[in-house]
Design a protein around this ligand. Structure first.
Ligand SMILES: Nc1nc2c(c(=O)[nH]1)N[C@H]1C(S)=C(S)[C@@H](COP(=O)(O)OP(=O)(O)OC[C@H]3O[C@@H](n4cnc5c(=O)[nH]c(N)nc54)[C@H](O)[C@@H]3O)O[C@H]1N2
Ligand SMILES: Nc1nc2c(c(=O)[nH]1)N[C@H]1C(S)=C(S)[C@@H](COP(=O)(O)OP(=O)(O)OC[C@H]3O[C@@H](n4cnc5c(=O)[nH]c(N)nc54)[C@H](O)[C@@H]3O)O[C@H]1N2
Ligand SMILES: [Mo]
Length: 595
């Protein structure tokens, strides 16, 4: 039997489920990301994580029928919100929108994840297409830029074999250790890295004028824009020498280059500028619309698909939701108390909600706060369709396991439609087919209707009629960047900065806050702290205690607390990116104290 992984990850693997010892799962070798074994999260850790088995109302275990009656009652209040996380990436998660539309409830907009970068891509290219794995495979050089591929995207590794690898990351990650070149830049400086590289490309006449004349003709203005930036001050800020930049250019000049850009570069208010600058660098090199070239980021997986769950509802920002404005909040497939920024604020807001409903698989801080807890079925136990932000392949997710636990999102919605006497809900099969029917087919394989073998070959925008638009402005309120512009004097005698950048990348033992949690802060040995020591980390938003793990692969001006670590989001800010309404987890500097 076959299905697909619903965990929120680039790879979206196809899975073969065999008879025999439970669970007997194998990667599908006929699938492009089925090239190796399945990851331990799927094969092992997910099945070792205890499920919520029984529904609860006010802390008391009840039958599913009683619990769903309580849910229906809760939705009879005035103001309702559905806050959906990304615990399961199947498209059927969104079927619950149809009920919220009927009761005139609210949904969310924006993102905890990739929204800032996505907005930056839209500014340059018009739409965010996926770069096929097959093009990545044809590159000469792959620049891994703020993506921790061995942890978050491990099935891409075979596609990188034999390539020259450049890594741009404040941490010496596993891929950085194997790379031909690693730029261990200061965090939040990627915009400048891209602008500097573009400037040097123009200076040495390595730009692709032939391609730009046709597809990105405003490049003279872009060159002028890059020249407004002061080289010396910026290189010092990025933490890379002129020689270091020169080495990168050797890997970019006159060859097929792919930028594999990850979430790491854009967890900031300025995240959209960063992706726009990286795309502008790629355009300078003529990397769009050609074999073996391109910029791969988390792409828009629903591009080209009519979504049967698209509804007209009010929407509130997802990363900074004011929950207390609602009487009833349904949290589905998410853990906002721990995954949203600024946990103190989130907890306080959720305490002001009369009916908090948690609909999920596992116990976490959100389920503990909820008045009503509804266990869900996991993706092996229900029908669904899996799109991917990492490639063009679409998979039917089949029900391959039986379980007495939980209810599917479709049945949850149907129960509520029935309880309210609403009409218009089609069958589950109808919705599944409506997604699949819109896909292209190559043999048995479904493919996204937006797929292009060589994206942007005809041009940019929805129909390929537009040109690429270069970045032409940058505003940053968090870091004083005026000194990087011409004719500004450096400030002397600045006080010594004793704060650290907080990096919170993903961990190999968890999928965001699902599965194994941690309590460690990784710190460079030069900081003077010792292995295992308990420390209090604080920011202007909150504080939490962690135990020290020394790691010399981190820049001394940074600390790393992976996103599965209990308490990390007490430290992060409730702000939205300038474009894309995305969370800005890394727009914060923190202090360390021994305890
Ligand atoms: N500090 C920091 N915080 C971060 C990030 C970061 O980089 N740094 N990253 C952010 C990012 S990129 C993301 S995407 C978010 C993710 O944040 P969330 O979307 O909140 O995801 P999770 O924390 O994994 O919680 C998912 C929950 O979904 C439930 N679930 C799983 N499968 C199903 C299902 O089939 N049905 C239902 N109903 N429930 C299910 C599980 O119980 C699980 O607890 O976290 C963000 N948080
Ligand atoms: N095992 C596992 N896999 C996952 C997930 C998981 O939780 N666990 N989560 C999934 C989800 S929701 C997402 S969104 C993706 C995200 O996956 P990735 O795109 O890989 O994102 P992150 O792990 O957040 O961080 C990637 C890298 O960015 C670096 N970084 C941090 N700050 C900066 C910076 O300012 N500049 C640069 N250049 N680099 C920086 C970090 O050191 C890290 O190596 O992964 C998915 N895959
Ligand atoms: Mo994410």
């Amino acid at each position: 039997m076959q299905t697909a992984c619903g965990l929120d990850c680039y790879d979206a693997c196809s899975i073969i489920v065999e008879e025999g010892k439970f669970p007997n799962l194998k990667g599908n070798v006929n699938h492009p990301t089925g090239n190796g074994a399945l990851c331990a999260l799927l094969n092992k850790i997910m099945f070792e994580t205890p499920r919520i088995e029984n529904p609860r109302v006010d802390g008391k275990e009840v039958s599913m029928q009683e619990a769903m009656e309580a849910v229906a009652d809760a939705f009879k209040t005035d103001k309702s919100l559905l806050w959906r996380g990304s615990g399961n990436f199947g498209v059927m998660q969104e079927v619950t929108n149809l009920f919220l539309e009927k009761i005139k409830g609210s949904l969310t907009r924006g993102s905890l994840c990739d929204g800032a970068g996505d907005a930056g891509i839209a500014l340059g290219r018009g739409i965010n297409r996926s770069l096929p794995l097959e093009q990545i495979e044809k590159a000469d050089t792959v620049v891994v830029w703020g993506r921790n591929v061995t942890v978050t995207n491990s099935h891409i590794m075979p596609y990188l074999e034999g390539k020259k690898i450049v890594v741009i990351d404040p941490v010496r990650t596993s891929i950085a250790k194997k790379a031909d070149l690693h730029l261990q830049i200061a965090p939040r400086t990627d915009y400048y890295v891209a602008i500097m590289l573009a400037r040097f490309i123009f200076m040495e006449n390595s730009e692709d004028t032939e391609w730009m004349d046709e597809f990105a003709s405003e490049y003279e203005d872009f060159y002028d824009y890059t020249r407004e930036h002061r080289i010396k001050a910026i290189l010092a800020y990025i933490g890379v020498t002129l020689g270091g930049m020169g080495k990168v250019l050797e890997y970019l000049r006159n060859q097929k280059v792919v930028f594999l850009v990850g979430n790491g570069v854009q967890k900031y208010s300025i995240g959209s500028y960063t992706l726009h600058a990286i795309d502008s660098l790629a355009a300078t090199l003529g990397l769009f619309g050609k074999e073996g070239c391109g910029v791969s980021y988390l792409s828009n997986s629903k591009l080209g698909l009519d979504n049967p769950f698209e509804v007209k509802c009010d929407r509130v920002p997802k990363a900074t939701t004011n929950f207390s404005e609602f009487d009833t909040v349904l949290v589905q497939g998410g853990n906002p108390v721990e995954s949203m920024p600024d946990s103190n604020r989130v907890k306080e807001e959720l305490e002001g909600v009369e009916n908090l409903i948690y609909f999920g698989l596992y116990e976490n801080k959100t389920s503990k706060m909820a008045k009503i807890v509804i266990p869900a079925k996991n993706f092996f136990e229900k029908e669904d369709v899996r799109l991917s932000y990492g490639h063009q392949y679409v998979e039917k997710m089949n029900k391959v396991m039986d379980s007495d636990i939980g209810i599917s999102e479709y049945d949850f919605t149907k129960t509520l439609f029935d309880a309210f006497g609403f009409e218009g809900l089609e069958s589950e099969e109808y919705y599944i087919n409506s997604w699949l029917e819109q896909c292209q087919k190559e043999g048995e394989q479904y493919i996204s209707p937006a797929h292009q073998n060589v994206p942007y070959k005809e041009g940019f925008g929805e129909d390929g009629d537009d040109e690429f638009e270069f970045i032409e402005e940058y505003e940053d309120d968090f870091v004083n960047t005026k000194r990087f512009r011409k004719h500004r004097k450096e400030r002397k005698n600045k006080p010594k900065d004793e704060t650290f950048w907080l990096l919170s990348p993903k961990s190999s033992k968890s999928l965001n806050t699902q599965f194994i949690r941690g309590d460690k802060v990784q710190i460079h040995p030069d900081s003077g702290y010792s292995e295992g020591e308990r420390v209090r980390i604080s920011s202007e938003h909150g504080e939490h205690e962690f135990s020290v793990k020394l790691n010399e692969d981190i820049r001394p001006d940074c600390i790393v607390i992976t996103s599965n670590t209990v308490g990390v989001n007490y430290l992060t800010p409730s702000i939205l990116s300038e474009e894309g309404e995305s969370a800005c987890y890394q727009e914060v500097k923190v202090k360390i104290e021994s305890i």
